[in-house]
Design a protein around this ligand. Structure first.
Ligand code: ADP
Ligand code: MG
Length: 728
């Protein structure tokens, strides 16, 4: 039997454990060894260069050419002391993955010898030929130069491969005329905007000592693992990241026996291995466990400053995939690799922290601190309320569409969960009771109970797309394969905008003679009242919520082409341009790229599905049909009566019906795809792919899955769900 599926089953059965090389039982012995961090800089840079870099990191100051040369030289010496031969600018184009173009340190000299060289100019800026990266029409191909520029706020690191090491320098990627072509450039701008707004509010109203702040982010990463042999026998997994076909397994997640269960030994080895690689790169992984679906797992690092957390998450995904190969495993980062079981998300735990060490979303111990907490807390709610559609757009992708609203995933409706206790506090705040307390004395604002109340951390809601979890908000609707920058650009920008508005309103009241505390409370109360209908404490997965949300006027945009429209509304254009994140052209270009990306993803799925149905499913069905027909023929010729082969006849007929369904709909799908490709407008094309092309996937899948259920197991070519999910 040459069927790949059975060879795969055999291979999986023959796998032997892989020895993992753990440098030391103490992670602190090797944490950050491959990072040009503060300690390495002190070692390899002279005082002037070191101080220049620190200033660049802390205050965004420019590094001049001469110093850049010194930094580059120090960086090269450090890298070469670790056997690095090449360097690359490491950037995040809008393809979704990271990009590298390696250059050797080695440089031939005139006398026929060579030296190792790394100039400051090569560190600070490179000009990769960028014509093949998505640009949404921002650059004409005759003017295809883009350039990458060093981001000193994220340290350089060494990427180790089996046969060589490369120095990676995190960079932004912009067009020659300065428009952002990546995730990092606008992210840094959004972080800058939110920092300014936070510092302004804090230093004006709460603490003059606040002169810096940062947004923090801890990214929980969910993923599936399948054996490489099965993966290679599933063209859909290989090419689209998800299974386009597959009958539901007899056992799924109904027993709930996988969540937090014992990690299977082979998976454990893999986890240890990729954690070691991550620690060397300074990725502070803390947590690992099984997730809800069979074959699903999660890891989470300690939180870091947003820019670094995102670089680390991008790097983490890369490292996981590389390390998995050593273990004969494939990591599935797709949001919904398997129908009928949970999908994967990437919870974004986010907060705002000051240079004085205060987490602004952690309730304080004194009324004064609590007023500060309430200020930021309520402003987040207001920001999300005002820009819910943009938040929804920030997580939109072809792959996340399958997850939002599906099994154990947040719905496509944006809402905020804060827990019953905080709801109570806010209700009290706006009630007269709080008002009297406030009038009685300046310091007796009746919100002192928050700290005790919050110690109860069990007030959790797993179904909310955006939930307060004690000292941070958790944006849960972000997809597992996403670059979190999209979500973080939006969240930090709307927060910056919101805080600016807040400051203006409070200042106006103070100018009119209101006491500072009263002014703040007045504005906050107004915000709470006007945005409280975005708060939802119930079951976000239930149908009642869909109805209730509709009553409240909250949007429920289920598909990407429509969700993305929120990026280019007049309000969004104003929001992004006034905060200097994107100008209109950049926004339009980005929108275009995202719509285009949607089309490409669906188009590839359509091609893979039609190919699989035609060359894998239908032939297997015909084989089985032939077998049945032969049996009928021999029974007939043996002279038995029709009752003896009647059922077989029915089965032959049923198979024929499914084959016809597949054939007819494959043809229709191809016609619709072809028509869709002729639509010039990208958004309209995406809409047609979504609503005219994609619906055929379900029809074809249903027929194929019915055949998988009927056809003799020996004849079925594609690894089945039970094998993909359970064989380890
Ligand atoms: P859970 O959500 O299960 O309670 P944790 O409390 O451990 O889990 O937090 C999950 C993630 O949230 C971790 O990555 C953690 O570092 C991060 N986190 C904790 N505090 C903050 C914070 N102030 N800002 C951002 N992320 C945070
Ligand atoms: Mg969590």
């Amino acid at each position: 039997m040459s069927i790949l599926r059975f060879k795969a089953i055999e291979r999986v059965g023959n796998r032997t454990p892989i020895k993992v090389n753990v440098p030391s039982s103490k992670v602190s012995d090797y944490f950050n060894v491959n990072v040009f961090n503060d300690a390495a800089m002190k070692n390899f840079l002279d005082k002037e260069a070191y101080e220049a870099v620190v200033k660049a990191i802390k205050h965004g100051e420019k590094i001049d050419r001469k110093v850049a040369n010194q930094v580059a030289s120090g960086m090269k010496n450090w890298a070469m002391s670790k056997d690095v031969t090449h360097y690359t600018h490491w950037f995040q184009p809008l393809t979704g993955s990271t990009a590298e173009k390696h250059d050797a340190f080695f440089e031939p000299t005139d006398d026929g010898r060579s030296i190792e060289k790394f100039a400051g100019s090569a560190l600070v800026q490179q000009e990769p030929d960028a014509s093949s990266f998505p640009n949404g029409g921002l650059r004409n191909t005759f003017e295809a130069r883009g350039y990458t520029a060093w981001d000193p706020s994220s340290p350089a690191f060494i990427m180790e491969n089996a046969n060589g090491k490369t120095l990676c320098i995190p960079t932004i990627f912009v067009s020659y005329t300065g428009e952002a072509l990546d995730y990092k450039a606008p992210l840094l701008k959004a972080l800058h905007a939110v920092e300014n707004a936070v510092v302004d509010v804090c230093s004006s109203y709460f603490d003059k000592g606040v002169n810096k702040a940062f947004a923090s982010l801890g990214i929980e990463q969910e993923y599936f693992l399948v054996d490489e042999a099965f993966y290679n026998a599933r063209p859909d997994l290989m090419l689209t990241g998800r299974t386009l076909l597959g009958h539901a397994p007899e056992k799924g997640q109904q027993l709930e026996d996988h969540y937090f269960g014992t990690v299977p030994p082979r998976v454990y080895d893999f986890m240890v291995d990729f954690e070691v690689e991550c620690y060397k790169l300074g990725i502070p992984l803390k947590t690992r466990h099984n997730e809800v679906a069979p074959g699903q797992f999660e890891c989470a690092p300690n939180f870091e400053e947003v820019n670094l957390a995102i670089d680390h998450n991008q790097l983490l995904m890369d490292v996981m995939e590389k390390v998995a190969n050593r273990h004969g495993l494939k990591v599935l980062l797709h949001e919904k690799p398997f129908a009928g079981v949970n999908g994967s998300g990437k919870h974004n735990n986010w907060s705002l922290i000051t240079n004085t060490g205060v987490n602004l979303l952690a309730p304080g111990k004194t009324p004064h601190n609590n007023l500060q907490f309430l200020t930021f807390f309520i402003n987040v709610i207001k920001a999300v309320h005002s820009h819910a559609d943009l938040m929804r757009a920030s997580i939109a992708s072809a792959s996340n569409d399958h997850r939002l609203g599906a099994n154990e995933a947040p719905p496509a409706i944006m809402s905020v969960f804060i827990g019953t206790q905080l709801t109570h506090v806010l209700e009290e705040l706006v009630s007269n009771k709080a008002k009297t307390a406030l009038k009685a004395s300046k310091t007796s604002i009746d919100i002192q109970k928050i700290p005790e109340i919050l110690l109860d951390n069990t007030d959790r809601n797993r179904t909310s797309p955006f939930a307060f979890t004690g000292n941070k908000f958790e944006f849960r609707a972000v997809g597992s394969s996403a670059n979190c920058a999209n979500a973080m650009i939006v969240l930090n920008t709307i927060m910056a905008e919101q805080l600016k508005q807040f400051k203006t309103e409070v200042d106006a009241l103070i100018k009119k003679g209101k006491k500072k505390e009263d002014a703040i409370l007045d504005v906050l109360k107004g915000y709470y009242k006007s945005s409280k209908h975005i708060l939802f404490e119930g079951n976000g997965y239930g149908d009642e919520w869909v109805k209730e949300a509709q009553k409240r006027g909250l949007n429920n945009v289920k598909t990407t082409p429509e969700a993305l429209n929120a990026y280019i509304t007049p309000q969004s254009k104003k929001l992004f341009s006034s905060n200097h994140i994107f100008d209109e052209r950049e926004l339009e270009a980005r929108y275009e790229i995202m719509q285009e990306n949607y089309v490409k993803k669906i188009d590839i799925e359509a091609k893979v599905l039609t190919q699989l149905a035609t060359s894998h499913v239908v032939p297997a069905a015909i084989d089985y049909q032939t077998k049945l027909a032969n049996s009928i023929a021999s029974l007939k010729s043996a002279g038995v009566n029709k009752a003896a082969y009647g059922t077989q006849l029915e089965m032959v007929q049923e198979i024929a019906t499914h084959i016809k369904t597949i054939n007819d709909n494959v043809k229709k799908l191809m016609v619709e795809t072809d028509k869709a490709h002729h639509i010039a407008d990208t958004h309209k094309r995406a809409v047609v792919f979504c609503h005219k092309v994609k619906p055929y996937f379900d029809i074809i899948r249903a027929a194929s899955d019915s055949l998988e259920f009927m056809v003799e197991d020996d004849l079925w070519k594609l690894p089945k769900y039970r094998e993909l999910l359970f064989v380890k």
